[in-house]
Design a protein around this ligand. Structure first.
Ligand SMILES: *[C@@H]1O[C@H](CO)[C@@H](O)[C@H](O)[C@H]1NC(C)=O
Ligand SMILES: *[C@@H]1O[C@H](CO)[C@@H](O)[C@H](O)[C@H]1NC(C)=O
Ligand SMILES: *[C@@H]1O[C@H](CO)[C@@H](O)[C@H](O)[C@H]1NC(C)=O
Ligand SMILES: *[C@@H]1O[C@H](CO)[C@@H](O)[C@H](O)[C@H]1NC(C)=O
Ligand SMILES: *[C@@H]1O[C@H](CO)[C@@H](O)[C@H](O)[C@H]1NC(C)=O
Ligand SMILES: *[C@@H]1O[C@H](CO)[C@@H](O)[C@H](O)[C@H]1NC(C)=O
Ligand SMILES: *[C@@H]1O[C@H](CO)[C@@H](O)[C@H](O)[C@H]1NC(C)=O
Length: 458
């Protein structure tokens, strides 16, 4: 909606400029074209485009301009790489809601007042093991103790372990019962018919799964309690350390809590983002190779896209955008944004009939300089609407897209011309197929036809 309004505004400006803005020099400077000839279909660039093309070309072909740009580029690359390496995977529940939402307050008070004992974690022994053997009991006891002593755990007082209590119960009453509890039948019989019938121990009935004829304990579980877990990074630490401890024991033990998906997600998100990004880049390169059939241009496009993506990852991470499945989406979309300006410049350059790189660049920027700026300006204005939304999701989308737009603009104006002028030697061009556009591309022709106006008084 917003974009449409902005687009209409620009159309309107284009329409009324002959009426209203005739007198304003700045408008003349931007929109005035030399000798607007109504019958001609060739493109007459405005003074702004000319000046812009001249500026860009001289910047990117003179050695002084190149060295300045190169210095900036190295700085940009260093900062971006640093940011990319330090990218953080984090997810805050409150990010998803608007700041006015009551859920925001709810989470805040949860973390402030109700977080002392955060999670009750299930340790599930998933396979039938000989619980009646003393060695098994000792191993399980060692396991539980090790888990209880991990950071963010409350210790033994809030643990509920039926096997620990049952074995304590057996030891305490050894002299009284005088039976051999290391026998499977005795162990299970007394567990079912005696121990689990006593009142305080009844609740463990749900922690043990017997097989149909009660000859085996198929599975069982132990509960342990965490203390304060304030952040998702801490949750992730808890989950990973629990799994690591469980994997060290010879039984098939899994750890479970309904919140663990957050940690699982954060463990995977970097890999998912990197594979999605590289897949998107490869697909883009294939597509660009179809439309501009030249390996050299494809390599230049690839270099530019990768450089832009490093910048987007690094700079947005420095701009406190954490990696999670919400920002992931905008990062992947940003690959699409990064190709926009580059493809404009490249296709215009490719179709230019001039001989040497400098002349081609000048012509290219006469054609695409203004459209690139319009595109950047309109996209940014539309993006600023996202800032008004008081929710971190929208703000993060704004940050990522704004970064990619800005970086890709800078790349298409400064980096790409340098690459083209360095790598596109005039003698290589003779093999190129016949240039496609004898006239100008459709959209530019439209632009050229647009001014149905009298020559402006200057
Ligand atoms: C152009 O100028 C005429 C006469 O001054 C005016 O009637 C018309 O509304 C103007 N058009 C626009 C689009 O402003
Ligand atoms: C535009 O300039 C002409 C003369 O050049 C003047 O008569 C006219 O009033 C100006 N219009 C505006 C809106 O400034
Ligand atoms: C645009 O360029 C032409 C030719 O270089 C010049 O005559 C004219 O004064 C310029 N117009 C503006 C508004 O700068
Ligand atoms: C967790 O958050 C609460 C309230 O925000 C704070 O008082 C407490 O110190 C934090 N604990 C840790 C370990 O960061
Ligand atoms: C349990 O831990 C103790 C002390 O670390 C150790 O001596 C013992 O061998 C362990 N038992 C088993 C079965 O791993
Ligand atoms: C467990 O409870 C006992 C008795 O109340 C207490 O002395 C001990 O400090 C508690 N242990 C932990 C780790 O809180
Ligand atoms: C108990 O059931 C299992 C299969 O569930 C079977 O293999 C076993 O022989 C049965 N034992 C008795 C004593 O019936």
């Amino acid at each position: 909606m917003y974009v449409i309004i902005i687009y209409k505004l620009f159309l309107y400006l284009a329409g009324v400029r002959s009426n209203i803005s005739k007198n304003k020099t700045i408008y003349n400077f931007i929109f005035y074209r030399e000798n607007p000839d109504k019958s001609s279909t060739t493109y007459k660039s405005s003074n702004f485009s000319n000046a812009f093309a001249k500026f860009t070309t001289s910047c990117t072909t003179s050695s002084r301009g190149r060295s300045i740009i190169f210095t900036f580029y190295i700085m940009y690359l260093a900062v971006s790489l640093w940011g990319t390496v330090n990218i953080k995977e984090d997810f805050k529940e409150t990010d998803v809601f608007f700041h006015e939402s009551y859920l925001h307050d709810q989470f805040k008070s949860f973390y402030e007042y109700f977080n002392d004992y955060h999670m009750r974690i299930h340790l599930v022994i998933e396979e039938p093991i000989p619980y009646w053997e003393l060695k098994t009991q000792e191993t399980l006891k060692n396991f539980t103790v090790e888990v209880e002593n991990l950071p963010f755990m409350t210790g033994e007082n809030l643990t509920e372990s039926w096997i620990r209590y049952y074995s304590n119960f057996i030891n305490a009453n050894q002299n009284f019962f005088r039976t051999d509890y290391t026998n499977r039948k005795v162990f299970i019989y007394n567990l079912r018919n005696f121990y689990l019938k006593i009142n305080p121990y009844k609740s463990y009935y749900h922690d043990i799964v017997f097989n149909k004829n009660y000859t085996e304990i198929i599975a069982s579980r132990i509960f342990v309690q965490t203390s304060k877990v304030n952040k998702t990074s801490e949750l992730r630490y808890v989950v990973n350390s629990l799994r690591e401890v469980a994997a060290r024991y010879p039984y098939k033990i899994s750890v479970y809590h309904p919140f663990f998906w957050v940690a699982d997600h954060l463990n995977k998100v970097a890999w998912i983002t990197m594979t999605s990004l590289s897949t998107a880049v490869v697909i883009l390169l294939v597509i660009s190779l179809i439309f501009i059939p030249s390996i050299k241009f494809c390599l230049i496009t690839g270099f530019a896209i990768i450089s832009i993506q490093i910048g987007v990852l690094g700079l947005s991470s420095l701009w406190s955008v954490d990696l999670n499945n919400l920002t992931n989406v905008s990062l992947i979309i940003s690959v699409g944004f990064s190709i926009d300006n580059i493809s404009h410049v490249l296709s215009s350059y490719y179709s230019s009939k001039k001989r040497d790189a400098k002349a081609k660049l000048t012509e290219t920027f006469k054609f695409v300089g203004l459209p690139i700026f319009y595109g950047y300006a309109t996209s940014c204005i539309a993006l600023f609407a996202l800032i008004l939304a008081q929710s971190a999701v929208y703000i993060n989308i704004f940050k990522v897209i704004f970064t990619v737009l800005t970086i890709s603009l800078a790349h298409s104006i400064f980096i790409l011309p340098i690459l083209l002028s360095v790598f596109d030697k005039p003698n290589n061009n003779t093999i190129r197929p016949e240039v496609q556009y004898n006239k100008v591309p459709a959209q530019i022709t439209q632009e050229a036809k647009l001014p149905e106006q009298d020559p402006l008084p200057v």
